[in-house]
Write a protein that binds this ligand. Structure first.
Ligand SMILES: [Zn+2]
Length: 70
């Protein structure tokens, strides 16, 4: 999932928002700030690309497919 780095214009804190919307087209976002505990304007600093995760469930899913084939 896409995560966006937002910066609250009131408290200046940066945090990540996991949404699939194209926030970079909006420029800024009116959203709840957990630090201000209210809705504030946030600057969209940019997209955070997910680290490639080596899934530990990969082998389990292949085992499941073998069971289904029998
Ligand atoms: Zn804030």
């Amino acid at each position: 999932m896409t995560r966006w780095r937002l910066k609250c214009t009131e408290c200046g804190r940066e945090w990540l928002l996991p949404v699939s919307f194209r926030l970079d087209e909006m420029g800024r976002l009116y959203h709840y700030c957990r630090y201000c505990k209210k809705n504030t304007f946030h600057i969209v600093l940019g997209k955070v690309s997910d680290e490639p995760v080596h899934s530990v469930g990969g082998e389990d899913s292949s085992d499941l497919r073998d069971e289904l084939a029998e």
